[in-house]
Design a protein around this ligand. Structure first.
Ligand code: ADP
Length: 262
């Protein structure tokens, strides 16, 4: 009986190990598939501007010397596409860096209510026809652990979207508050909104509700994916509520530490 129990125990152990091994292999395969998908999506995104530039260079080579209109148009279009390409490469680099990064220790912002208006000021200069309202409540006595440039990057992505998808409605609100150990920053616009069907996907890499509109606005579908990964890195959350044709509200929530904890 004793021998039998030993065999049974060994079998149990072996089956547990096999299960673990299978789970691990599934995970490796999933991660590999995600990587492959990412490379595929990135290549696809890179191919479009390259093809457009190629087309315009061919036009230039054929007609550019004789026809100044072709020269002007093709040069202009090529420069535009090169700028897109540059932005896309920059976004891809940021995304890879954020994915592989560990949280930066020691970086913190005390009194975010001072930092946020500065960020808004910078954005307001870029979009002079928009009206940015800010309201900060209870943030003067808290510390959030995130480098200022990362908070700025997150807010810029969200504010930039609020402008891009505003449908001409120029009012954008940013409110900051503290609740249950978290500092929350809410950015709301009254723009085109996002449908129920699309909402769960907008933080996915390369996801765009309207590819043509996003492209026209200079988007690649990477902004929210970058913002989400950055917020995750600092143990925060990124949430989006939206109603089609009414507007969108994005909430960034980060854990707070009181000044006395530091
Ligand atoms: P993009 O570069 O296309 O703006 P994002 O990752 O920042 O990429 O956003 C993904 C998609 O989510 C956008 O293409 C757009 O369709 C939608 N979206 C994001 N923010 C807003 C917003 N404030 N209002 C309406 N749609 C939005």
């Amino acid at each position: 009986l004793h021998e039998r129990m030993k065999v049974n125990n060994n079998e149990d152990e072996l089956s547990t190990l096999m299960k673990l091994f299978n789970e691990m292999m599934d995970q490796v395969e999933r991660s590999f598939q995600q990587q492959t998908q990412f490379v595929e999506d990135a290549s696809h995104e890179l191919r479009t501007p390259v093809a457009i530039i190629e087309g315009h260079l061919t036009l230039l080579q054929r007609w550019g010397r004789e026809d100044p209109a072709v020269l002007d148009e093709s040069l202009h279009a090529s420069i535009q596409e090169l700028l897109r390409l540059k932005g896309l490469v920059q976004d891809l680099l940021t995304l890879t860096r954020v994915d592989g990064n560990v949280q930066q220790q020691g970086a913190e912002i005390s009194s975010p209510d001072q930092t946020i208006p500065q960020i808004i000021k910078n954005v307001a200069i870029i979009y002079p026809s928009f009206c940015f309202e800010t309201e900060m409540n209870g943030l003067s006595e808290v510390v959030i652990r995130i480098p200022a440039e990362h908070l700025e990057q997150i807010l810029l992505i969200i504010l930039d979207n609020a402008v891009k998808y505003s449908a001409g409605n120029p009012l954008i609100r940013l409110t900051g508050s503290v609740d249950k150990g978290h500092a929350s920053f809410q950015i709301s616009d009254r723009g085109i909104g996002i449908s129920k069907k699309d909402l769960p996907h907008v933080m996915d890499r390369f996801y765009r509700v309207d590819k043509a509109r996003s492209r026209q606005q200079g988007g690649h579908g990477l902004g929210l994916a970058i913002a989400k990964r950055l917020v995750d890195q600092y143990n925060g959350t990124l949430a989006i509520e939206s109603r089609e044709l009414e507007g969108t509200m994005v909430t960034v929530s980060l854990p707070v530490y009181s000044i006395t904890d530091i």
